[in-house]
Design a protein around this ligand. Structure first.
Ligand SMILES: Nc1nc2c(c(=O)[nH]1)N[C@H]1C(S)=C(S)[C@@H](COP(=O)(O)OP(=O)(O)OC[C@H]3O[C@@H](n4cnc5c(=O)[nH]c(N)nc54)[C@H](O)[C@@H]3O)O[C@H]1N2
Ligand SMILES: Nc1nc2c(c(=O)[nH]1)N[C@H]1C(S)=C(S)[C@@H](COP(=O)(O)OP(=O)(O)OC[C@H]3O[C@@H](n4cnc5c(=O)[nH]c(N)nc54)[C@H](O)[C@@H]3O)O[C@H]1N2
Ligand code: SF4
Ligand SMILES: [Mo]
Length: 876
């Protein structure tokens, strides 16, 4: 059946905070067609590589199908009763603060609301925190300090109308690709200038007019200099400043800051400040390079100060814009998912706010003070203060700083529950009780994207196995803990109506988040809900905030904050001379439990790596493709070195994605220091200190296999391919029998093998066949193995006669690593076309090979290949 008979359903992409609309069509056999929704205001039909590959990630592979207690399948009834009893017992014996929930910005609003209601209203503790603490907490703190509430003033349309877009600590091209396309479209249409402020040269710098490679953590000093320039250049908006307080103190602090700490030249700084000053329509976009810092909140306020001082806020084409990471980072902030917030942007410290929520919920117990923030929460788990912990929709054993210590803490906790869709994750392995949740495309609810637009996620596939929606699991535990009346919901629509009604009370208390206009939504209305920007009240709907100068502090005025440069908390020293920056790659999502299932997405970068500057590599004796050992005061890792001047001397960069499941020696958060911003509690994930040395491997290996491999050596990284799996390997101890080792690796008791051995040179090549078809092949050498990896990865399951040669036949050129994930075009193919056919532009490449013509996320990389080819040609 081709599925064309099934109707298309509108939903929202489950990855980043752009919140793109998708059209889904189930094929009736568990499969799915996915395309961009041309009517969604966030993307107008566009999708990036991750969104385009969603259909490859919704299968049964890896799913948790039934509840488990101590590793054994159990009934829902037993599992839920056990969870309720254990939480109840801990609360009765040790008080409500002896339990905690650690949740996620990927939960739907309805899930999140129930988790928050159960913990804050009924258990009576504020010990619910979320991975948004690692993500958006500094922005929340900065917004609240400046505006009185956590309000995003502008909208995505501002990006279309701006004349200058400044990207601070944001790799938009890879992390918010559809917004990046929107900015590039504005550049084409109206000549919008783009500035990137990032210590690293990223894919986002392609297409930018200016890149300021500042020293890590020095953003406050740069924006303080901008404030001084605005003052000295007469660019202040004095009428607007009457709606604010604190300008003089902010300016004094700015005058006292020194720009030398940025490492930028006066000319660079001046060019940036003049451009910003002279361009009225400026949007300053910021993300993790700002938030994930021990001065994250001050960085946010340094940016907001400049927009407030010029009145460039809440007007078309101007304003600060925090781009959110997770699909419902905003919704989580709105429902009060952070330990220091109440629902609907109400404040936990405010007795009137507490009373309003208590009365509305008819709550027996409300906490009066904030609960434990993520880093402190896992410390409390570690020292035994938390007796029962419930982790939902997040993988903290990988993503928290000091991840080895977090793993030990979770393991040692008296009782840990994990709700996930994946059976085996680093965190799920530590759980006493595992609860299977329904996944995206199986569940119903709402999410809010970076520009306050609430969109529906809709179910088009049946629940997998015994999986249940997260809200339903939480509500059932609430009922079993004795709160049946408060958690008696039949549908997410009921939850949404209750939440919308509560927001009306928040609105009357003078808060920004008010969607009371939706409280009367019928079930059918909820089903039909189209993307809607909040607020939604009788008086107003959507739009921008603060153009009118009305703020949410008691006196109605905004605050400019005096902020001063503070260097990152960890200091480099002879023992740890490098600063470790971490972040994302284009085609993987966090701990890879979903994107890692897609062969297409896994082909872009198939291995964890460390980017290091050529000067540093030379000084440390590191050559290309070496493995390196990276050590910090917290932990250690082994990664593949990529020698590149995209990073500055003294700085190294590694991705955050690899885990105990995919590359156990590359869990980068094991190295990250658990230091936090004093205001927001957000960890400094981008500025730890490390040492880097070559890793002395006795042998290196590369393997491809039809089935999953179970490597057992100092370094390994495995990835999904179309034909099965591929793995990079390296060991410290010599291996006596490579044939036996290959059979063990491929999980085969025996097999027809073909072997090439050259013991003297340390070379071994083993291929294993069954029924004449290749099951697996292993290539070993004393230095990094030189074989055609992308070609070999296609061979498992084929007759593959020449496999042990390690290269394709002459008439079949190696496609190379996938660069365009949408059309599966490799670097090798691109280079041959660029050089062989003399292609000169990204458009010409698109016309010849289709590469870059769908989502466009790979255009910066195609441009880089073209430039490199032109440089080579010029040099010849
Ligand atoms: N492909 C992909 N996209 C994603 C995600 C994903 O996992 N994969 N995750 C989503 C989530 S949850 C989030 S939060 C967003 C994150 O989106 P981004 O914030 O854009 O991503 P990061 O790579 O974490 O970091 C951005 C940049 O900050 C820079 N940086 C480091 N230190 C500093 C500094 O001191 N100052 C400045 N100015 N810059 C600095 C880094 O070099 C890096 O390039 O991405 C979302 N989108
Ligand atoms: N060093 C370093 N560390 C970082 C960062 C960094 O830049 N550098 N970034 C930080 C940031 S911004 C973020 S947002 C975090 C992200 O880090 P995490 O939240 O830990 O990462 P995810 O892989 O998104 O984890 C989501 C989990 O939920 C599961 N899941 C998927 N769908 C569902 C569902 O519907 N229900 C349930 N119950 N489970 C589901 C997935 O299988 C997966 O195990 O990492 C942070 N850690
Ligand atoms: S930009 Fe990509 S990952 Fe983000 S919402 Fe859109 S399609 Fe999904
Ligand atoms: Mo995030």
């Amino acid at each position: 059946m081709d599925g064309a008979g099934f109707p298309e359903t509108r939903s929202t992409c489950p990855y980043c905070g752009v919140g793109c609309g998708v059209l889904l069509r189930a094929d009736g056999q568990g499969g799915l067609d996915v395309r961009g929704d041309p009517d969604h205001p966030a993307n107008r039909g566009r999708l990036c590589s991750k969104g385009s590959a969603l259909a490859e990630t919704v299968g049964l592979e890896g799913r948790l199908l039934a509840p488990r207690i101590d590793g054994q399948d159990a009934t829902w009834d037993d599992a839920l009763t056990l969870v309720a009893d254990k939480f109840r017992a801990a609360i009765d014996t040790h008080g409500p603060d002896s339990v905690a929930f650690y949740v996620s910005g990927q939960l739907l609003t309805e899930d999140y609301y129930i988790a928050n209601k159960l913990m804050k209203g009924f258990i009576g503790s504020a010990n619910i925190d979320t991975n948004s603490r690692l993500c958006m907490a500094s922005t929340v703190a900065g917004h609240r300090r400046a505006f009185g509430t956590d309000t995003v003033p502008g909208t995505y349309e501002d990006l279309d109308e701006a004349d200058l877009v400044v990207l601070v600590g944001s790799n938009l091209a890879w992390c918010h690709p559809v917004l990046h396309q929107r900015v590039l479209a504005a550049k084409q249409a109206r000549g919008t200038k783009i500035v990137v402020i990032d210590p690293r040269r990223t894919a986002t710098c392609d297409g930018a007019d200016m890149h300021l490679p500042l020293q890590p953590g020095s953003d406050v000093a740069l924006f303080n200099r901008l404030l001084v320039t605005l003052y000295e250049g007469g660019a202040l908006d004095n009428a607007y400043l009457r709606h604010t307080q604190g300008f003089d103190a902010a300016l004094d602090a700015a005058f006292n800051d020194k720009t030398a700490v940025t490492g930028l030249s006066d000319a660079q700084i001046d060019a940036f400040c003049q451009l910003w000053m002279r361009t009225e329509k400026v949007v300053t976009v910021f993300s993790q390079g700002v938030n994930q810092s021990s001065s994250g909140s001050d960085k946010v306020n340094a940016i907001l100060n400049c927009h407030l001082a010029t009145g460039r806020i809440g007007q078309p084409g101007m304003g600060p814009l925090s781009v959110t990471g997770q699909p419902n980072a905003m919704g989580g902030r709105e429902v009060g998912g952070l330990a220091n917030m109440l629902a609907c942007h109400l404040d936990i410290e405010n007795p009137d706010h507490r009373a309003a929520v208590r009365d509305f919920w008819q709550a027996p117990a409300m906490p009066e003070a904030p609960g434990l923030k993520a880093v402190d929460m896992f410390r409390a788990v570690g020292d035994g203060r938390i007796k029962a912990l419930w982790i939902i929709h997040t993988n903290p054993a990988v993503s928290m700083p000091d991840a080895d210590a977090v793993r030990t803490a979770i393991k040692g906790c008296d009782f840990t529950v994990v709700s996930d869709i994946t059976a085996q994750t680093d965190t799920a392995r530590l759980a006493d009780v595992l609860l299977p949740a329904t996944a995206w495309a199986e569940k119903e609810g709402t999410v809010t994207n970076s520009d306050r637009t609430i969109s529906r996620q809709r179910a088009v596939l049946p629940a997998t196995g015994q999986a249940r929606p997260d809200w339903a699991i939480l509500a059932e535990v609430g009922a079993r803990m004795g709160f049946a009346k408060a958690f008696d919901y039949a549908t997410p629509a009921e939850i949404f109506r209750e939440y919308a009604a509560l927001s009306g009370i928040a609105g009357r208390l003078g808060r920004d988040f008010d969607i009371s206009g939706l409280k009367g939504l019928t079930d059918a209305g909820y089903d039909r809900l189209t993307p809607t920007r909040w607020p939604v009240t009788e008086a107003r709907q959507g739009g921008r905030f603060f153009g009118d100068g009305a703020f949410f502090h008691a006196d109605g005025k905004a605050r400019l904050l005096p902020v001063s440069h503070r260097a990152p908390a960890a200091k480099t020293a002879p023992r740890y001379p490098f600063r470790l920056n971490t972040g994302r790659v284009r085609d993987q999502w966090h701990t890879m439990t979903r994107t890692g299932l897609s062969p297409r997405l896994s082909a872009h970068l198939a291995e964890p790596f460390l980017d290091i500057h050529p000067d540093d590599a030379r000084a440390q004796g590191i050559v290309p493709a070496d493995l390196v050992r990276v050590t910090s005061p917290q932990g250690r890792a082994i990664l593949r070195a990529r020698i590149t001047d995209a990073v500055q001397p003294g700085q190294v960069f590694a991705p955050m994605h690899w885990t105990g499941e995919t590359a156990p020696s590359a869990r980068i958060d094991a190295l990250v220091a658990p230091v936090t911003d004093p205001v927001s509690g957000q960890p400094e994930s981008k500025a730890s200190v490390v040492a880097v040395q070559p890793f002395a491997a006795a042998w290196y290996g590369f393997a491809v296999s039809r089935t999953d491999m179970v490597p057992d050596c100092a370094y390994w990284a495995r990835m999904r391919t179309q034909a099965g799996w591929r793995a990079e390997l390296a060991g410290e101890a010599p291996v006596a029998d490579w044939e036996a080792e290959a059979l063990r690796l491929f999980g085969l008791p025996q097999g027809e093998t073909a072997v090439i051995l050259d013991a003297a040179r340390g070379i071994a090549r083993v291929a294993v066949f069954a029924g004449g078809r290749l099951q697996g092949a292993l290539f070993v050498a004393p230095e990094p193995v030189a074989v055609m990896r992308d070609h070999l990865a296609t061979l498992p399951g084929q007759e593959a006669h020449g496999v042990l040669s390690g290269r394709p036949p002459a008439d079949m050129p190696d496609p190379g690593p996938v660069l365009c994930a949408c059309f599966n075009v490799g670097v090798g193919t691109l280079l041959r076309a660029i050089e062989g056919d003399g292609l000169l532009s990204v458009d010409a490449v698109g016309a010849a090979l289709q590469a870059g013509t769908n989502c466009g996320s790979c255009k910066p990389e195609i441009a880089a290949l073209l430039r490199a080819a032109q440089v080579r040609e010029a040099a010849e």
